[in-house]
Design a binder for this molecule. Structure first.
Ligand SMILES: [Zn+2]
Length: 230
């Protein structure tokens, strides 16, 4: 390939990235499935579905997968709850991942209560709980984020389903939506802090750090699943 064609290809790739900001950026599929499996989610095989929905729904779905927090943000319960009614809002460019977790679980509970098939709502929730621990889904989509996002998404992808034992579950109790909101707040803050730490140190997430993060998501998902059985 000559130089002109090579740079043309690079330019095309760059333009594609520009026209689909954040699209296809998430823990990769098997990483989402691994979180769901580790949490004991019966329908773990649906946990990557929310990323498939982005392909056709565009920003209506895309904005549910991240929250652009400037440095020094402290995520609060109020911030989480304020995002709930922005669920599926394509115009909310800053994203509303935290609200999406709460909203999808509300949708699950109300669909179930009215006798409808509710499982897909829970599958969305399981996915968003997975995205919550991805550090770069909690920080601004700045040049560091753009540069490191694809590699970080796939950091354990090729091995994670064979190493579920590395995803450590710790006890979380959810007895109410308030409990859920507090846990979202807690994990959002530590994921965001890690994201900006990586940026300050200008380095990639290590595999060890990735498994710790996946443990936060899997532990929260397990608690959510237990809550749905109450
Ligand atoms: Zn996602």
């Amino acid at each position: 390939m000559n130089q002109a064609r090579l740079s043309g290809t690079k330019l095309l790739a760059f333009l594609l990235v520009l026209s689909f900001p954040n699209i296809s950026l998430a823990w990769h599929d098997e990483t989402h499935l691994a979180i769901a499996k580790a949490a004991g989610y019966q329908k773990w095989y649906n946990a990557a579905g929310a990323d498939m929905a982005k392909l056709k729904a565009g920003d209506k779905e895309n904005r549910n997968h991240y929250a652009n927090n400037p440095p020094d943000t402290v995520v609060t319960p109020k911030m989480v709850l304020d995002q709930v009614n922005r669920y599926n809002d394509p115009t909310d460019e800053n994203g509303h991942l935290y609200g999406a977790i709460v909203a999808s679980l509300r949708d699950y509970r109300s669909a179930k209560a009215s006798g409808k098939y509710a499982e897909y709502h829970l599958a969305y929730c399981a996915h968003y709980v997975g995205d919550l621990s991805m550090p770069l889904h909690n920080t601004l989509y700045d040049s560091f984020n753009q540069q490191h996002h694809p590699e970080m998404d796939g950091i354990v992808e090729d091995e994670v389903l064979n190493h579920l034992e590395r995803i450590k579950i710790y006890p979380i109790q959810i007895k109410s939506e308030d409990d859920l909101v507090r846990e979202i707040e807690r994990i959002a803050n530590l994921s965001m802090k890690l994201g900006y730490q990586l940026e300050a140190e200008n380095r990639m997430l290590s595999k060890e750090e990735a498994y710790v993060q996946l443990g936060h998501s899997a532990s929260l998902l397990k608690a959510v699943l237990d809550y749905t059985l109450r």
